[in-house]
Design a protein around this ligand. Structure first.
Ligand SMILES: [Zn+2]
Length: 106
């Protein structure tokens, strides 16, 4: 038994690739890609999109709906520690390396 999803790319069925051609001579069509999801792969978002092009076209078409569902009304912050180290480079002279480390304050 195999489970499948149709790719959610809004124009998947318009992309001119031989992998999308279906039908018999005289009545050929470009068809939305069928994604087999019966095994371990694909995983996550790739169960719903055949590739990055279809994913990005879906996002560009529907991002306002995502934002309405998941609004960001304030900035988020991650506590960090900053460590600055100075070292002498034989080519570039005095160099400063900055290391930013998130602080786990759980
Ligand atoms: Zn697709």
């Amino acid at each position: 038994m195999s489970d499948y999803n149709w790719c959610h790319g809004p124009n998947c069925h318009k992309r001119e690739t031989t992998t999308r051609v279906r039908g018999v001579k005289g009545s050929k069509v470009l068809r939305t890609i069928k994604i087999n999801v019966s095994g371990m792969y694909p995983q996550g978002v790739w169960k719903y999109f055949c590739d990055q092009t279809c994913l990005m076209r879906f996002i560009h078409k529907h991002y306002r709906e995502f934002i309405a569902v998941h609004p960001r009304t304030e900035a988020l912050e991650t506590p960090i520690e900053i460590k600055k180290e100075t070292h002498e480079s034989p080519y570039w002279g005095k160099q400063t390396r900055t290391t930013i480390t998130p602080v786990d304050n759980a």
